[in-house]
Each structure stands twice: as structure tokens, then as C-alpha cells.
Design a protein around this ligand. Structure first.
Ligand code: NAP
Length: 288
């Protein structure tokens, strides 16, 4: 069996490729820039350069592939890029696609990226190929974007108030993808993929305070202020809009339901937010 890992220079796709190789499953990594894929090549993983925006580059990448992990960046062009991947997979006779979707995946979602993911899921389901959809709400790794503020100002900003999020470590999500790719047991199933608990930013601040030995406080930003700041910092408007929609969805409780998808797909318990913070304590400014 050969698996094609798309987005393999990215966070989840790279981990999927590494874990597949670790399990001795033949994996080919699709990347746009093979120079960035040297760490994967060093593990003996086959690297193929291709661009989802250039359908003519895809036939070679998909040739001889049985299963595909499908992920690309959060981007308004995602539907078109992933449609090209689905078409190439179908033409190559692929029998199973594991698709990374996300928060609020539905054709009528109030979250734009949820509509994008749902359109791709619909296309995969209509293709006749086997499918499994993974729908995490939030990666624990997102907390690292706030680590400099925690480290330098003891502040954890957010704009979701007391709402809870059942975030998952991106490495556990990747392990779920590998679990799905390695068997036929998950055909036709969609999983909301979460960590072991839902946490509020107040609870994360408490965990950080205990671990770091100093008081970390949350800083509640009104969504429109958070959006204006992100745009001031150079974020494209579409991206700030999507993040504002995520915040609204989390505030309504859309990211709170905890599932046992990681256990079902991998046989292992997911990492907790406490474990994640312990592991990355130095990024949050732990002494020593
Ligand atoms: N962050 C979260 O909390 C969260 C939660 C739920 C779902 N998600 C979903 O997770 C996905 C992103 O996962 P991630 O964190 O692994 O993203 P990432 O680290 O940004 O990786 C995305 C990869 O996609 C590749 N890519 C982009 N355009 C491409 C193209 N035209 N052809 C081939 N490859 C292309 C990128 O290649 P380059 O390296 O060349 O740029 C990159 O390696 C998004 O779909 C998002 O909706 C994220």
C-alpha cells in the first residue's frame, strides 16, 4: 500500500508522513518545495514536488497511490486546490481519502472555512472513493502563538469569554489520520477530533500560573478589537474574518463537545492541555 501525504511540509501533513514511515507504511510526501522537505527525505520518505494549483503536476504525484491524506492551508482557494486533488486521486484509482476538515464543517455553516471543508467533503463523497473526515476544532499548538505574550507580559489574550474549547494536539490528530489510513474500518465515517477535556482560557491561565510560578491573567478582547488589531498587524481581511467567525462559534459552544475519536482511531488517549503546557513550558517563559 502506498499513501500520499499532501501538505507534508505543514504541521499535520508532516507528522502524518513521519508516523506512517515509523509504522513501516510506504508513504510519498507531496510538497511544493522539496528543499523544505529534507527532514522527511532523511527518514527515507519519498518526496514528490507538485502544486495543487497546477493540475498538470498531479498525475505523477498520485501515480500508484492507494490512499491519500488531504490537507492544505486555511485559505479561500482551498476548495479549488482540494478539488484538483480529489480529481487527481479519482483518476489515479485511489480507494480511500482521509480529509482534514475543521470547526463547524457544514454546507450552511456560519464559519466560512466550515463551508469550504464541507464542499470538499461533499466532492470526495460523490467521487466513489472511500472516505474518512477528521474535524478537529482547535490545535493546542495554536497556544504557542500567544506564548511570547505570556512569557513577556504574563497575559493570555482571547475573545471567547468563558467558552470552553476541546482542543487537540496536532500530533494526536495526525495519529488519527494514520489510524484511519491504515485500515478499512473507518470508511464512510466523520469524526470530531478533540483532546481529553474542554478548557476555558481562564483554566489555561490557571494551569500556566501553576506551572510557571507566576500569575498569568487572561485579557478579554472584544472580537471587533481583536479583528482590527490583526489587520493592523498585516493579516489579510479574509483571515481576520475567519478568525472572528471561529471566535463567535466557540463563544456559542461550538468547540466544547469532547469526543473519544483519538482513542477510537489510535487506541491511545490524547495529550491534555496540561501535558502540552509542561512540554512547552520554556516557550511560555518558564524559569531555567
Ligand atoms: N489550526 C487549527 O486550530 C485548525 C483546527 C481545525 C482544522 N484546521 C485545518 O488544518 C488545516 C491546516 O493544517 P496545518 O496546520 O497542517 O497547516 P499548515 O502547517 O499551514 O500546512 C499546510 C500545508 O499545505 C501546503 N499547501 C498549501 N497550498 C498548497 C498547494 N497549492 N499545493 C500543495 N500544497 C499546498 C503548504 O505547503 P507549503 O509548505 O509549500 O506552504 C503546507 O505545507 C486547514 O485546512 C485548517 O482548516 C486547523
Amino acid at each position: 500500500m502506498t499513501v500520499l501525504a499532501i501538505g507534508a511540509n505543514g504541521q499535520v501533513g508532516g507528522e502524518v508522513a513521519r508516523l506512517l514511515a515509523q509504522r513501516g507504511i510506504c508513504v510519498r510526501a507531496l510538497v511544493r518545495d522539496s528543499a523544505k522537505a529534507k527532514p522527511l527525505a532523511a527518514l527515507g520518505i519519498e518526496i514528490v514536488e507538485a502544486d495543487l494549483a497546477e493540475p498538470s503536476t498531479l498525475a505523477r504525484a498520485f501515480s500508484g497511490v492507494d490512499r491519500v491524506f488531504l490537507s492544505s492551508a486555511l485559505d479561500p482557494s482551498q476548495v479549488e486546490l482540494q478539488a484538483n486533488a480529489v480529481e487527481a486521486a479519482r483518476n489515479a484509482g485511489v480507494r480511500h481519502v482521509v480529509k482534514l476538515s475543521g470547526l463547524g464543517t457544514a454546507l450552511d455553516s456560519e464559519v466560512a472555512s466550515g463551508r469550504w471543508h464541507a464542499q470538499t467533503e461533499e466532492r470526495i463523497e460523490a467521487s466513489g472513493m472511500g472516505w474518512t473526515h477528521l474535524r478537529p476544532y482547535f490545535f493546542l499548538q495554536n497556544l504557542l502563538q500567544m506564548a511570547p505574550l505570556v512569557a513577556n507580559a504574563d497575559v493570555l489574550p482571547n475573545s471567547i469569554g468563558g467558552a470552553a474549547i476541546a482542543g487537540v494536539d496536532a500530533r494526536d490528530l495526525a495519529a488519527c489520520a494514520v489510524g484511519a489510513l491504515a485500515s478499512d474500518d473507518h470508511f464512510g465515517l466523520a469524526y470530531d477530533v478533540t483532546g481529553p477535556e474542554a478548557f476555558t482560557y481562564g483554566e489555561i491561565a490557571e494551569v500556566l500560573s501553576k506551572r510557571l510560578g507566576r500569575a498569568i491573567r487572561t485579557l478579554e478582547l472584544k472580537p471587533e478589537i481583536a479583528r482590527a488589531r490583526m489587520i493592523e498587524d498585516g493579516m489579510p481581511e479574509w483571515h481576520a474574518d475567519v478568525l472572528e467567525e471561529f471566535a463567535a462559534c466557540f463563544t456559542r459552544g461550538g468547540g466544547a463537545p469532547v469526543t473519544d475519536a483519538v482513542l477510537q482511531l489510535t487506541g491511545n488517549a490524547p495529550r491534555s492541555v496540561g501535558e502540552f503546557i509542561d512540554e512547552h513550558a520554556s516557550a511560555f517563559g518558564a524559569a531555567g
